[in-house]
Design a protein around this ligand. Structure first.
Ligand SMILES: [Zn+2]
Length: 185
């Protein structure tokens, strides 16, 4: 998930290098990620690359499909340091709230998304320890956004088809304009 609003007009098109983030309509973004069975060096390597890409693009959360890996891994840094969650699962949730969200894979797009206000999430860390998180408000929203990515769900799936088409059209126009100016990254 992207930092809110402040970066609204700041287009970041990642280059085809280590910090490259897949952008819609890359098909990998709408596929389901598969569970990680063995938390080994390879998983740590993927998590490192994800963190690098997230920080380089000023994100606060990133899911593995966004760097082209269909594995159930998410990273997030909500100002309290980096957290990696493997096979994260939304166990239960309560209440609801609506807030505008952005996504590194959908530059320039922000849409209101209804999510659960309080969530209980379970997963594993890089040391293969089970992690249980009870999150309220924005932090819970970020993890719900990243878990959505693992199921191939993007923020544009929360708006009507016609609104989605308009947003995508505008996104491509903005990206093209930004490339024309040579102002990428
Ligand atoms: Zn996202």
């Amino acid at each position: 998930m992207k930092e809110n609003i402040e970066h609204h007009n700041e287009l970041r098109i990642p280059r085809e290098d280590t910090c490259y983030v897949r952008i819609y309509p890359d098909p990998v973004l709408i596929k389901k990620a598969i569970p990680v069975w063995n938390i080994d060096g390879k998983v740590k390597e993927v998590a490192d690359r994800m963190a690098e890409s997230m920080y380089a693009n000023k994100g606060i959360g990133l899911a593995a499909p966004q760097i082209g890996m269909l594995s159930q891994i998410v990273v997030a840094d909500l100002g309290e340091g980096l957290r990696t969650l493997i096979n994260p699962e939304l166990v239960e949730g309560q209440g609801e709230s609506v807030m505008e969200e952005g996504c590194l894979s959908l530059p320039t797009i922000e849409v209101p998304v209804k999510r659960m206000e309080k969530v209980f999430i379970r997963g594993w860390d890089l040391e293969s320890k089970e992690v249980s998180l009870e999150l309220i408000g924005f932090p819970g929203r970020v993890y719900q956004h990243e878990i959505d990515h693992l199921n191939g769900i993007l923020i544009i799936h929360y708006v009507s088809r016609s609104k989605r088409e308009l947003l995508i059209k505008k996104m491509f126009k903005d990206l093209k304009r930004s490339q024309g100016k040579g102002s990428i990254l």
